[in-house]
Design a protein around this ligand. Sequence first.
Ligand code: XIL
Length: 371
Amino acid sequence: MSRKRYVIALHTVVLLLISLFVPKPSLLAQAIPSLKESFKKDFGIGTALNTAQIEEKDPQMTAFIVGQFNWVTPENVMKSAVIHPAWGTYRFDMADKLVEFGEKYGLKINGHTLIWHSQLPAFIQGIHNPDSIRTFFTDHIKTVAGRYKGKVFSWDVVNEALNEDGTLRKTVFLQYLGEDYIKEAFRLAQAASPNTELYYNDYNNEQPAKRAGCLALLKKVQAAGVQIDGVGIQGHWHLGKVPLKDIEESIVQYAALGLKVMITELDIEVLPRNVQGADVGQRMVSNAASNPYPDGLPDSVQQQLAADYEALFKLLLKHRDKISRVTFWGVNDGQSWLNNWPIRDRTNYPLLFDRNNQPKPALYKVVGLNK
Ligand code: XIL
């Protein structure tokens, strides 16, 4: 063999050997375990989608979403401020795109949300008579729930109607329509969109006082003979403080009413915060210590996050017969609302995937439970 041929042959062998031992990017991607596959016998796995994701701006992101999740909730585009921006005027374009997205990829859609005191259209502030509030309320539910009849699997009909002590929050709806507005919302949703699951959704409703108020609210809707199928515990929890005992008691007590139980907006806050829960109206003043991990999460915090998620999913699996869905509030850390709430422009790490959709230790812990 000539020297030249010998060098070429050697080169080929070396390249072949390298290709055997260095994993290709496509293989690495395939190696990421799928949440929806891991829990397919237990409960649905969902995520919140933002506008860019609904519009499929990034095909890799779309593929990732479809590989990991089988339920989607719109993070903002079905909220009244977006979908009903002016009196009698609706903008359905983005919500329609979400429905297309769901149909195209075979994902169940949870509509979020029909009646909520936050992210209301600005014009509501100028209305001060009960008749107009009732017209808005009725028209909104009929129109939005009616449009997506047979297109969404379920609706969060009423969101966050309770105070921390379990009393009803003094929203514009309570103020002008009285406490029956809750069962009225369910009744209207049932009429506008039959064969759709209807849920009540709140944060901190695993805490004893708020839970008691929530149980009373749910029973009232049931006693009125109005359809209600489930209750969502949002699940905006804090590192090292996931209230497992309260969560377990709540799952058991809600399920005892014959309702499906869901964790609907799961994330675990790792940054300093003195605001509990998830009241989007609350803000916190930033200081020098507000954003401690701009360049990456220290390993000790990463491990604590993994342990928290593992303990939580262990509990959820124990009650898999009562839980129909677990939805994360975002696909990855970069998308999380907690980068901007209750303080803007922080670097947060509350989910199972990092900013590049790569699995964090918490992801492996969680899927490891079901091996
Ligand atoms: C949040 C969204 O994630 C943000 O993008 C938006 O600016 C504010 O609302 N409880 C809910 C969700 O029910 O709709 C909220 O979503 C988070 C708290």
